[in-house]
Design a protein around this ligand. Structure first.
Ligand SMILES: [Zn+2]
Ligand SMILES: [Zn+2]
Length: 476
């Protein structure tokens, strides 16, 4: 297969624009199948990949990115109005101006008028917010395709947080089974990531095929799934590979494998006899399994939040019996009772047997407590002895002026807790990415979900840096 060694087109040399969607989608339809990147370009998260084949249009992923631009207008305390979310986001071009995508309600009386659906399906690679967090803006007539586990995770998150995904015709796909939307065929493949039920896809159009990786790693418990996906991509001889590159380019952050995290936690629990604390991502079920196994091995019990207990209970049927620890069913796992004025209905099943701060304080050496940063005020009641270990099992901050990180260290210093960094990323490393790109032999490679797409250029001339909103032929 000939490689494209043509010099970058003028388009690629054009400076990036901050308002790429002002004109909307072009009315002239290109009839050869195309791919267009409406998000996830030079930013981590926010992938919005539009595939068009004649009149058939599908979208892969639809959530907010983690780029600083996303926080220029809306921050924690200042959010779009729930009565007109799309209108309020479109005001600052924070979502693409795509006709026939948003719901009448989300558009409100904004300047993008409501029109009937022109997108015929949205495929969600996994349940992380940067891939699914804008589904609530979508026209309720557009089908949303997800894995069964992702559907369960999304509804558990909806019940236990303020996150909403809207009403849709939910279509559950099966691993490696073809889903047809008009002329387009989509084959979902499970991959290893820091949330279970993550998928990559092979997409076949009337002219050309592509693969979209979603987010992935191959140093976690489901590494074999990632290998099988990339083997299928190589076998398919895809025209285009859309690959995530979260860790491409300079990344000084330390990274362990999941097994490495386990041995690190084992060591800390063995060395220390005080209450041990840990902080993890709330939906990283692999990490919860690791912490539970380490706690049991060290003669302790893991204590999780009510929200984590709810999530584990909801997703349990999607796992083999005994595969994930369940409060009330599995030995060595308990629920922590935070002091709260009101409890929600979904919290109640866990509260009777939940442990209070004084119970945890009195038998501290018997426990490993998973405590979210947002729940740090509990430390005022828990009063862990000075020098108690705190295991930060999340990624290190991106920048040195990370506010959350400073606040966390202020608390740790105040209580004299001993800090341990132990994390296995949800993403493949820069060198692993280059190796995979070379191994797939894709004709064109588009790095997305990365701040450093140019780091992929080392993989060879097939790499093409995508531009936001630009249209590319799938088969070239
Ligand atoms: Zn992501
Ligand atoms: Zn993710």
């Amino acid at each position: 297969m000939a490689l494209d060694v043509s010099p970058p087109s003028e388009k690629l040399l054009r400076p990036r624009t901050d308002k790429p969607f002002q004109g909307g989608l072009p009315s002239r339809r290109v009839h050869k199948p195309t791919v267009r990147f409406l998000g996830g370009v030079r930013e981590i998260g926010g992938n919005k990949i539009l595939i068009e084949d004649g009149a058939d249009r599908i979208l892969f992923d639809f959530g907010p990115s983690f780029s600083p631009r996303a926080e220029e207008f809306y921050v924690d305390y200042l959010q779009p109005r729930s009565t007109s979310r799309a209108k309020d986001l479109l005001e600052f071009d924070l979502i693409p101006r795509v006709p026939g995508l948003y719901s009448r309600e989300a558009l409100g009386d904004g300047d993008l008028p409501y029109t009937p659906p022109e997108v015929h399906g949205i495929f969600v690679s996994h349940a992380h917010a940067d891939h699914a967090g804008y589904l609530d803006l979508v026209d309720p007539e557009i089908p949303v395709h997800v894995g069964e586990g992702t559907r369960t995770l999304l509804s558990a998150i909806e019940t236990s947080t303020r996150m909403k995904y809207g009403d849709h015709p939910w279509r559950v796909f099966q691993d490696r089974s073809v889903v047809r939307v008009g002329r387009i065929e989509v084959v979902p493949f499970p991959v290893d990531h820091s949330i279970p039920f993550a998928y990559g896809f092979i997409v076949r159009t009337s002219e050309g095929t592509l693969a979209y990786t979603g987010d992935f790693r191959h140093h976690g418990p489901r590494a074999a799934d990632t290998h099988a996906f990339f083997a299928a991509v190589a076998e398919e001889k895809v025209d285009a590979l859309l690959i995530e590159g979260t860790r491409a380019g300079p990344d000084p952050r330390r990274n362990l494998s999941e097994a490495g995290v386990r041995s690190g936690v084992d060591r800390v629990l063995k060395e220390r006899s005080e209450l041990a604390l840990a902080c993890t991502y709330p939906r990283d079920i692999d990490r919860l399994r690791t912490l539970h196994a380490a706690a049991v091995e060290g003669g302790r019990e893991l204590i999780v939040s009510v929200r984590t207990a709810h999530l584990l209970t909801q997703v349990a049927p999607r796992f083999a019996p005994g595969e994930i620890p369940l409060p009330g069913k599995t030995a060595g796992i308990h629920v922590y009772a935070r002091k709260k004025r009101v409890s929600y209905l979904w919290e109640r099943p866990y509260l009777d047997s939940a442990l209070t701060a004084s119970e945890v304080r009195d038998r501290g050496r018997k426990y490993l407590l998973a405590l979210d940063l947002a729940h740090f005020p509990e430390l005022i009641d828990l009063r862990p002895p000075k020098g108690s270990p705190f295991i930060h099992s999340m990624s290190e901050p991106f920048s040195e002026d990370d506010v959350d990180d400073k606040v966390m260290h202020n608390w740790l210093d105040h209580f004299g807790l001993e800090f341990h960094q132990m994390h296995a990323s949800g993403h493949a490393s820069g060198s692993e990415l280059l190796e995979l790109v070379r191994a797939t032999g894709a004709r064109t490679v588009y790095p997305i979900h990365t701040e450093h797409p140019e780091a992929f250029e080392k993989a060879g001339p097939s790499v093409r840096l995508p531009e936001l909103g630009e249209t590319y032929l799938i088969a070239r």
